[in-house]
Every structure is written in structure tokens, then in C-alpha cells.
Design a protein around this ligand. Structure first.
Ligand SMILES: NC(=O)c1ccc[n+]([C@@H]2O[C@H](COP(=O)([O-])OP(=O)(O)OC[C@H]3O[C@@H](n4cnc5c(N)ncnc54)[C@H](O)[C@@H]3O)[C@@H](O)[C@H]2O)c1
Length: 256
């Protein structure tokens, strides 16, 4: 994403978000084109670019970042959002949910960091509440989401110490009403945990399933608030948008 300069910034904020151009990357071409068409109804078509890309293919991901820079001329915001829930093909779950998030983060830093031709920026990595607690019947999904948090908090410290001008934060949603929830009903996704699908559905009923719009709200909060770096935002049906509290992390001082 790229954004225009804020009109009237408020303290601790870059002002109301004014994203001017958006690139959507997804391996699902139909879903990508649909999302672009929906945005085109509201904004000029040239503001949105869809690039079909399998994030687990390093050359495709690198190529997509390059295309975005070539097309829009700059990069300000990266959201590493692609995710799958597949305990049967658990190696691919690690590839999509963790390896590609790490690769997308390094590419974002490369293009946006100060001292490398960039103007700074924001990276948001999508984890899950399953990144903060055990998730019975989804152990590998849970491991990848823990990994996203550990990686993002760590690289946020490094970015601060190295004065990249890039902020990195994580969002951990509870259950959200999106197609990924349908994976719970599929043996090809759940594998040996398939028989526990009703337990997960009971959990959904207990905790509630949110509308995706609240996740967008959380995302905008992180983009707008320049004070946020290394934070873990939790979004739940019962408590809404709030932050996970950690004790102080050692060795965080800037070396410059
Ligand atoms: N929906 C929930 O309940 C929930 C809860 C917590 C976290 N999350 C996380 O939110 C993120 C978004 O998921 P969602 O809920 O919108 O589900 P979704 O299934 O609607 O969206 C996931 C998207 O990722 C894409 N994708 C998957 N593998 C890919 C690949 N290799 N290359 C490119 N694109 C790929 C899919 O095509 C899909 O469009 C995921 O990281 C998910 O783990 C979802």
C-alpha cells in the first residue's frame, strides 16, 4: 500500500489514514479480481493492482514486490496476511503462515527502510489468538502463529536499533467470519483432528465470530499510530481491540 501525506496529524499519529494505492496479492486469481472489482466501484481503477502470487514461491513474491514498486513508484505499508489452516499438509502450513511472512517482512524492510532509498513504513503481520495460547486440534497452525509473533516482536526491536524507520506489529484476531473457517469441516485440512471439528465449532459459539470489518479497524489503528512498534494487538468479540501486555524486554536500547 502507499499513502498520501497526512493533512492534520494528531499526537502519536500520522493523521487519518489516506491510502492512495493498494496492491493485492493472492494465489486465488478469482478472489483477487473480485476484491479489485469491489475497490474499483469506490475508487479509480488505477489505484488498485491485483497480482496473482503464491507467497510460498520466493521468486513470485520478490517479483510481486518489484511490480508494485514499478507500478506505484513507492511502498509504505505491507500486510502479511495470507494464511491456511491445514494440519494434514502441515509442512505447507508452515510455508504459508510463517516462512512467507518472514520473507514478506524482509522484502518490505528492504524496500522501505531508510538508508536503502526508502522513506520508512509499516509492516503488519497477521497472527491469531492461537499465537498466544495452545489450540487443541490445530497444533501446527498454532506453532506458526506463535512463530509470527516471536519473529515480528524480534525484528521490530532490530528495526528500532538500526533506525530503519519501519514499524512492525502483529494482529491476533479471535474467530472471524471468513472462508478459512470452512477448513474445519474438511478432512483434507484437519487430518487426524477431523473428528474434533464439533469441539472447535463449540469454541466458536462460546467465543463468538467477528465481522472482518473490526480487523480492518485494528489495522488502521496500527497504520495511523506512529508510536506502535513491536506490539501485539488482540481483537476479540468480548473485548474488541486491545493489546497483549508483556514484561519489559531486555537489550532494547538504541545503539545510535
Ligand atoms: N478467520 C479467522 O477466524 C482468523 C482468526 C485468526 C487469524 N486469522 C488469520 O487471518 C489471515 C487471513 O485469513 P482469513 O480469515 O481472511 O482467511 P481466508 O481463507 O479468507 O483468506 C486467506 C487468503 O490467503 C490466501 N492464500 C493462502 N495461501 C496462499 C499462498 N500460498 N499464496 C498466496 N495467497 C494465499 C487465500 O487464497 C485467501 O485469499 C490468515 O493469516 C489467518 O490465519 C484468521
Amino acid at each position: 500500500m502507499t499513502r498520501s501525506a497526512p493533512a492534520s496529524p494528531r499526537p502519536g499519529s500520522s493523521g487519518r489514514l489516506s491510502v492512495t494505492r493498494v496492491a493485492l496479492l493472492d494465489r486465488n486469481s478469482e478472489a483477487g479480481q473480485e476484491s479489485k472489482a469491489a475497490l474499483d466501484e469506490q475508487f479509480e481503477a488505477q489505484r488498485t493492482l491485483f497480482i496473482q502470487c503464491d507467497v510460498t514461491e520466493p521468486e513470485q513474491l520478490k517479483g510481486a514486490f518489484k511490480k508494485v514498486i514499478e507500478h506505484f513508484g513507492r511502498l509504505d505499508i505491507v500486510v502479511n496476511n495470507a494464511g491456511v489452516n491445514n494440519e494434514k499438509d502441515w509442512e505447507s502450513t508452515i510455508q504459508v503462515n510463517l516462512t512467507s511472512v518472514i520473507r514478506g517482512t524482509y522484502l518490505g524492510i528492504e524496500y522501505m527502510k531508510k538508508g536503502n532509498g526508502g522513506d520508512g513504513g509499516v509492516i503488519i503481520n497477521i497472527s491469531s489468538l492461537a499465537g498466544l495460547m495452545p489450540a487443541a486440534f490445530q497444533p501446527v497452525y498454532c506453532a506458526t502463529k506463535h512463530g509470527v509473533i516471536g519473529f515480528t516482536r524480534s525484528i521490530a526491536l532490530a528495526a528500532n536499533m538500526e533506525n530503519y524507520g519501519v514499524r512492525l506489529n502483529t494482529i491476533c484476531p479471535g474467530f472471524v467470519n471468513t472462508p478459512i473457517l470452512q477448513s474445519i469441516d474438511k478432512e483434507e485440512n484437519m487430518g487426524q483432528y477431523y473428528s474434533y471439528k464439533d469441539e472447535i465449532k463449540n469454541m466458536m459459539q462460546f467465543y463468538g465470530v467477528m465481522d472482518p470489518s473490526i480487523i480492518a479497524e485494528g489495522l488502521i489503528t496500527i497504520i495511523e499510530d506512529d508510536t506502535l512498534n513491536g506490539e501485539v494487538m488482540k481483537i476479540t468479540a468480548s473485548q474488541g481491540i486491545h493489546f497483549h501486555q508483556y514484561g519489559q524486554t531486555p537489550f532494547t536500547s538504541s545503539k545510535r
